[in-house]
Design a protein around this ligand. Structure first.
Ligand SMILES: [Zn+2]
Length: 419
């Protein structure tokens, strides 16, 4: 089993030595830790270790779709994306997901919860680069019974196939949204995930139109009330957006222990809205996390940018500078995702999975007596991430990801598929 020794690294404000054995943190000890065994030693003097970020809602396969749907509203944008996606194939998804993984590593993300087509290719890409990934079969039948049948059998097949995926990649079922999936398929997916101990990933209450359409179609019920009436909401549900919520919706999401993923940059740019009800959801008992959404709408996968914007917008629209405090932002990208994904990560402690980012603080962004976390979120950019370790494997060292140029060159050759 490989060992890595991070020497003289700041952990929670104290300089320590951190020893990794296999895929877990073996020791967090005083400096000067002696390892008689062979360990790869990284001198981390002046650097800070923290848990890797978890991007709780993205579409990695859209990494080559930046800028193709600008200055248009959500529904026109979605139609355009669906047109483009008709041309996609497995190779495209493999190369696009590799680009996404590259960007995530460079910006400090060690795990992502994805919703995209051709998940087995995304599995190959994520394992090639070493990232932890939750990949899904997508249910999006749009009322077409033949398509529903096909997607159901693909989902079952993929679930069986996922049993031989690497331990860092897990299977999830995605129900695209209530407006694009028929009720029998929503119910089937919910039963399937519960029977097999999986998570259910869905876009929920993303736009005002989604809420209004749902109300007129389902006797005045909001999307949250509608799903709850079907018995679908529970702690295994990861709901992206949850932006347009009534008090009753918030209460339901809290009571059911749903994970609500805020994707501020996507919501802002598609003009879907910005009044994410963070404190209400938190206080009601929902598990609140942060995602970037796909590059087709947010244009990048930068979690630090998402964290900063989430906090800034929250403070602004509420007129309350204490809204979304620093420690809670960090929790939303570390311990909160770990809870719903059942992952032993999110904290740098002995026994935890070795999903660690190493931040270089030797720059003007960090030159202050202020808290490291404050400077990280509000002052620095993600190029402060110097090295990344996931599952005990070094994915980036001193900002170098092996094979970076080749990944970009190969992806370029597949760009024409989306034109
Ligand atoms: Zn999305």
């Amino acid at each position: 089993m490989g060992m890595i020794l991070l020497k003289n690294i700041q952990v929670d404000g104290i300089e320590r030595d951190v020893l990794i054995e296999g895929n877990r943190i073996l020791r967090v000890a005083d400096c000067g830790l002696d390892t008689s065994k062979d360990a790869e030693v990284m001198d981390c003097t002046g650097k800070v270790a923290m848990p890797g970020f978890v991007n709780m809602h993205t579409h990695a396969g859209m990494a080559l779709m930046r800028g193709i749907g600008e200055d248009i509203g959500f529904h026109e944008w979605l139609d355009r994306i669906w047109q483009v996606e008709k041309n996609l194939d497995q190779d495209y998804v493999y190369h696009a997901t590799k680009v996404a993984c590259l960007e995530m590593i460079k910006t400090g993300t060690t795990c992502f919860n994805d919703q995209y087509w051709f998940a087995p290719m995304a599995c190959r890409a994520a394992s090639d680069l070493g990232l932890r990934a939750y990949l899904s079969a997508i249910i999006c039948d749009r009322g077409d019974q033949d398509l529903a049948k096909k997607q159901k059998s693909e989902c079952i097949q993929m679930f069986e196939m996922s049993k031989s995926w690497p331990s860092t990649v897990k299977f999830v079922v995605s129900v695209h949204a209530i407006y694009s999936v028929s009720e029998p398929m929503i119910l089937w997916a919910s039963e399937f995930v519960r029977a097999n101990g999986l998570c259910l990933h869905i876009h929920l209450s993303e736009t005002e139109k989604e809420v209004e359409d749902c109300k007129s179609e389902h006797g005045g019920m909001s999307p949250v009330e509608y799903l709850d009436s079907l018995g679908v909401l529970g702690p295994e549900v990861i709901a992206a957006h949850t932006l347009w919520l009534s008090d009753n919706d918030v209460e339901i999401l809290g009571r059911r222990g749903v994970t609500c993923v805020h994707n501020v940059n996507s919501n802002l740019k598609l003009a879907s809205g910005y009044k994410f009800r963070y404190s209400e959801l938190r206080d009601a008992g929902a598990n609140v996390c942060i995602g970037t959404d796909g590059c087709g709408s947010s244009n990048n996968l930068d979690m630090l940018e998402a964290m900063k914007t989430s906090a800034m917008i929250q403070k602004a629209w509420r007129g309350d500078s204490s809204a979304m405090p620093i420690d809670e932002i960090i929790d939303m990208v570390t311990v909160n995702p770990a809870k719903v994904l059942g992952l032993d990560c999110g904290k740098l402690e002995e026994g935890a999975l070795a999903d660690i980012i190493i931040v270089d603080t030797d720059s003007y962004h960090f030159m202050s007596p202020g808290r490291f976390e404050a400077n990280l979120i509000y002052s620095a950019h993600s190029d402060c991430v110097d090295s990344v370790i996931c599952d005990g494997r070094i994915l980036m060292k001193n900002r170098v990801v092996p094979g970076e140029k080749e990944i970009l060159a190969q992806a370029k050759a597949h760009l024409n598929k989306i034109m």
